[in-house]
Design a protein around this ligand. Sequence first.
Ligand SMILES: [Zn+2]
Length: 151
Amino acid sequence: MVARYWEALKGVKDPEIPVLNIVEMGMILDLEAQGERVRVRFRPTFSGCPALQTIREEIQRALLAAGAQEVEVVEARTPWSTEALGEEAREKLLAYGIAPPLPLPLAEEDPPCPRCGSREVFLKNPFGSTLCKRLYQCAACGEPFEGFKAV
Ligand SMILES: [Zn+2]
């Protein structure tokens, strides 16, 4: 039953990062199920993210559809960290054209260009298309790209 709930959560995406589901993003800390009562602890990637409410609702909906009768979504105090992104998740982000943040302790540095890998990039705008991203431009290939805000 628990496996089924996890499976259901894999269908939930952060609307701002459509290539990764919230499980791949490392946003789900744990899931407890007692029969049809499910409790999920999740941590938002970026606490000011306007998509948060949507994500909570999507979690509820997905679990109810998977057979849960009662769903409790708890926001964990543990902050999300870039370490939560696995290798596969990073590759998917790159392939999508979003530069994943560098692993800690470099997470605050500018990410390399997702197209050519150059580290010569500059911040064009601290706000990308959404609050969770920033807009960069690559000095080597000239391409603009979005970087994921680390914290
Ligand atoms: Zn480039």
